[in-house]
Design a protein around this ligand. Structure first.
Ligand code: ADP
Ligand code: ASP
Ligand code: MG
Length: 400
């Protein structure tokens, strides 16, 4: 079998941890498998590098940021290859470019366009364990790119897809995917299986156990994806097709996204085309707008509110000052988004009411609401985020 294993930041956080990872990889190799390992930077390293850049500039050149950030993963890939070779198992590290990962030109959130597997395949055929630096690729102009925060998950899934691996294992610091972040709610339960679609919602709504684009890619390429802990041998969570799951619960999980900010434009002229103008400007500035609320206008003006990722607030400010669609623009980073996710909602009514009731009982004001077939999201004040997660977890009986 060909197995792709990805180890996250905490799993390679120290030289001792890298040694433990080497032992795990060797076990898999000894069992007769070919192994491609994808590694993250040591935990905290990417943030540290970003802080260094922030010392010099509020909006550093994105190409340079990619040069900087990609170094973190290269360190761990080389160290793991050295450790493996020393233990008698030939290994070779590869940067994103050497692994043939070609992306578009969007620095710091590039998309993978194709993977040229020839180099990886050749190294595997020579009997090596291949250790790829995650989170990075190369643009068609030969520039280094990175894949967005948490992007090593995406590297692993994309490589597994391209090499037609039998299995892609994501090793992290929890036993798998839980009904909610076990660090917020200790009563959270580990799920044995979850569908691609639910995992995709949970991930894009803040459950960082898997990067959302990696789940999207796994679904598209039909990759057998498992998340599990690198600290024990417990069985993890299988992310799979909905048909492979016998009984769909009403609600599978609760997610908390602390990385959102709200923008409110007051007194926007209430005429056709204005929303198009505002959101086109934001799209051109590469800002990801999420929830949008427009009030019923009166006296020819209206208020427009929307949320954006906190790290895109600077780009949003710039776009809004260039556009001048409204005289008053308010920015609020002191909010969070809590979401309830479940495929079972499709066929049940009243699921949203439980969420509203729960917020009422806890005396938490709901500032924005959005729903889809399989999720309900609420924007509330940041200080209530974790309380809301625990209250919803118990209201939907996920601890049972
Ligand atoms: P890695 O560095 O291995 O990529 P991350 O920190 O990116 O690990 O992701 C793992 C973390 O995701 C866990 O430590 C946990 O706090 C968090 N998390 C959030 N939501 C969930 C969830 N539903 N199930 C499991 N972990 C979750
Ligand atoms: N090191 C990168 C990050 O911290 C990528 C990853 O860990 O997946 O976002
Ligand atoms: Mg991660």
């Amino acid at each position: 079998m060909l197995i792709v294993q990805k180890y996250g930041g905490t799993s390679v956080g120290t030289v001792e941890r890298i040694e433990a990872v080497a032992q795990r990889v060797i076990q898999t190799r000894k069992a007769g498998n070919d192994v491609v390992v994808v590694v993250s930077a040591m935990s905290g390293e990417t943030n540290k590098l970003l802080d260094f850049a922030a010392y010099f500039s509020k909006s550093p050149n994105q190409r340079e940021v990619d040069m900087l950030l990609s170094s973190g993963e290269r360190v761990t890939s080389a160290l793991l290859a050295i450790a493996l070779s020393e233990l008698g198992y030939p290994a070779v590290s590869m940067s994103g470019r050497q692994a043939g990962i070609v992306t578009d030109n969007f620095h710091t959130k590039a998309r993978i366009e194709k993977i040229d597997v020839a180099q990886m395949q050749a190294r595997l055929n020579e009997g090596n364990i291949v250790v790829v630096a995650g989170f990075q690729g190369v643009t068609c102009n030969g520039e280094v790119s990175t894949l967005g925060r948490g992007g090593s998950d995406l590297s692993a899934v994309a490589i597994a897809g391209a090499l037609e691996a039998n299995l892609c294992e994501i090793y992290t610091d929890v036993d798998g995917v839980y009904t909610t972040d076990p660090r917020i709610e200790p009563k959270a339960k580990k799920l044995d299986k979850i569908s691609y679609d639910e995992m995709l919602e949970l991930a894009s709504l803040g459950a960082k156990v898997l990067q959302s684009r990696s789940v999207e890619m796994a679904k598209k390429l039909n990759v057998n994806l498992v998340t599990r802990s690198s600290f024990n041998n417990n069985e993890g969570t299988l992310i799979t097709k909905e048909d492979n799951i016998m009984e769909q619960p009403l609600v599978s999980g609760i997610a908390l996204d602390k990385n959102q900010a709200r923008v409110t434009l007051r007194g926007v002229t209430d005429k056709p085309g204005i929303a198009a103008e505002i959101f086109k400007k934001l799209a051109d500035s590469n800002v990801n707008v999420d929830m949008i609320i427009q009030n019923v206008g009166h006296d020819g003006t209206t208020n427009l509110g929307f949320t954006v990722p906190q790290n895109e607030l600077e780009a949003t400010r710039k776009a809004m000052s260039e556009l001048k669609a409204s005289d008053v623009v308010e920015y609020d980073s002191d909010i969070v988004k809590v979401s309830v996710v479940g495929v079972g909602m499709k066929s049940h009514s009243g699921v949203a009411c439980i969420a509203f009731d729960t917020m009422a009982k806890e005396n938490i004001n709901i500032e924005m609401i959005s729903t889809s077939e399989i999720k309900i999201s609420l924007v509330i004040q940041a200080k209530y985020g974790e309380l809301a997660v625990r209250a919803l977890h118990s209201a939907y009986k996920l601890d049972k």
